[in-house]
Ligand binder design. Structure first.
Ligand SMILES: NC(=O)c1ccc[n+]([C@@H]2O[C@H](COP(=O)([O-])OP(=O)(O)OC[C@H]3O[C@@H](n4cnc5c(N)ncnc54)[C@H](O)[C@@H]3O)[C@@H](O)[C@H]2O)c1
Length: 443
């Protein structure tokens, strides 16, 4: 099938590449001319495991091409996957202006062009309930021919996006139009051969399914982080509690790891948007609202402990250095949107603490944002030299079993601090090795 992807970010580029992989002829459209130039030259602007090989093969075989031209996009295909940003507005609601701008341009090109096939607009962006109808109205103002609008929310996770797209748990298609449903079903069937269902529903339910999924997952994380706070107050170990509850199949093991909270482009924005959507109807969704509030506090829960550690006797935090391992909002991505590391850095810098950081993939993005406000190290060990403490923020695999003797030697201080923001280290082992260990909700 010939398809056009509109917006080549984390979702669009992965979707386009994976659709090309099953033999579709894919054109990716983006208004960012510099990005399109890089993509056309074979350069991938994001880090996503497994994407590079698929991207290169499909580009080489001519099934994956890039453009900035809306006319070219509508001449290429009649199925348009809208993978556009939906950032939060002032009031927390998701701003759909990029989606509306793109469909209006597509509609104008379609109206002016000669294409005869009925166009299908597929909303892959995460959008508030009712957006499908708004998009239909926006298109109908310009396009005076039959068309369909489907809501097909994307559930991929950054860091495992190719795997998730290629082997989804389920595909949700919210559409009232038969032809559009059949076309999308045909497109997705190759990814569902192991039995993942393609769920057809009405557009509003499809839109809400995405928010409900992210609201629930965010709530699980914040719930466990709240339990961690109670554990800490009573000297209990949240890791024992986590194991104790997660063996109950009604609760399950996933998303119960205490830590520095969630970040990224989805959970924070989608929880706020769900709250805003409910408010717009006079409803108060207290649980999801609280999950987000807990998360905002959780990101910097280690900072007072770090400042206390750096103080003592004559010593003040100001002017001392801490090493930070991990800047991305989670491992296996270079995405730093709403990353806990940024909230921690902001508070440490405000207290006059110097930060030297290392991240395998996200340093360029942080450098663009913070410039020289923090120092960047070439490898994890180089970040430690002369620092008083190590703060583990993002649990990249390469941070899991460091050479602790080398860490201690580089940190140099008598009892250097290890602040384990993801509870990946053994507290007793580190204390025996001569570190002061601080985790999340564990003694
Ligand atoms: N990132 C994720 O993990 C993820 C997962 C599921 C759903 N989503 C949702 O998918 C949507 C896209 O997210 P993303 O992370 O890929 O965003 P992104 O910011 O990485 O990419 C969006 C792209 O759209 C382009 N764009 C903006 N306006 C355009 C226009 N008028 N025409 C063509 N291109 C345009 C931008 O230049 C950019 O390249 C959002 O609604 C997000 O909530 C994201």
């Amino acid at each position: 099938m010939r398809i056009t992807i509109v917006g080549t970010g984390y979702v669009g580029l992965v979707a386009g590449t994976c659709f090309a992989e099953t033999g579709n002829d894919v054109l990716c459209l983006d208004i960012d001319a510099a990005k399109v130039k890089r993509l056309a030259a074979g350069e991938i602007p994001i880090y996503e495991p497994g994407l590079s090989d698929l991207f290169k093969r499909n580009a080489r075989e001519g099934r994956l091409r890039f453009s900035t031209s809306y006319d070219e996009a509508v001449a290429h295909a009649s199925v348009f996957f809208l993978c556009l940003p939906t950032p939060p507005s002032e009031d927390g609601s998701a701003d759909v202006k990029y989606v509306l701008a793109a469909v209006t341009e597509l509609a104008a090109s379609l109206q002016a062009g000669k294409a005869t096939a009925k166009p299908i607009f597929v909303l892959k962006s995460t959008v508030p309930v009712g957006t499908n109808a708004r998009v239909r109205d926006a298109i109908a103002k310009t396009l005076k021919k039959p068309f369909a609008v489907a809501s097909n929310p994307e559930f991929l996770k950054e860091g495992a996006a190719v795997e998730d797209f290629s082997k989804p748990d389920r595909v949700v298609i919210g559409v009232n139009d038969e032809e559009a449903f059949e076309a999308l079903k045909t497109l997705y069937e190759p990814y569902c051969r192991t039995g993942a269902p393609i769920l057809r529903m009405d557009p509003a339910s499809a839109e809400l399914t995405k928010y409900a999924a992210n609201g629930f997952l965010a709530t699980k994380i914040s719930f466990m982080n709240e339990v961690a706070r109670v554990c800490e107050a009573y000297g209990a170990d949240v890791e024992q509690v986590r194991k104790g509850i997660s063996l109950d199949p009604r609760i399950g093991k996933a998303f119960l790891f205490p830590g520095l909270g969630y970040g990224g482009s989805c959970f924070p924005k989608d929880t706020r948007a769900l709250v805003a959507s409910a408010k717009a109807k006079g409803l108060n969704v207290a649980i999801v609202d609280a999950a987000e509030a807990v998360n905002v506090e959780q990101k910097t829960v280690l900072v007072p402990k770090i400042l206390k550690f750096l103080s003592g006797g004559e010593a003040k935090p100001s002017g001392q250095t801490v090493a930070l391992w991990g800047l991305a909002f989670k491992p296996k991505t270079d995405d730093i949107r709403e990353a806990p590391a940024l909230a921690i850095v902001e508070k440490l810098l405000a207290a006059g603490v110097k930060v030297r950081a290392f991240d395998p993939e996200a340093m360029n993005n942080v450098r663009k944002l913070l410039g020289e406000k923090i120092a960047f190290a070439e490898n994890p060990y180089a970040a430690l030299e002369g620092a008083r403490a190590l703060v583990l923020v993002t649990e990249w695999n390469e941070f899991r079993t460091p050479d602790w003797a080398r860490v201690k030697q580089l940190l140099g201080a008598d009892r250097p601090g290890v602040f384990d923001g993801r509870n990946i280290y053994d507290p007793q082992k580190l204390r025996d090795l001569g570190f002061e260990y601080y985790g999340i909700g564990r003694p």
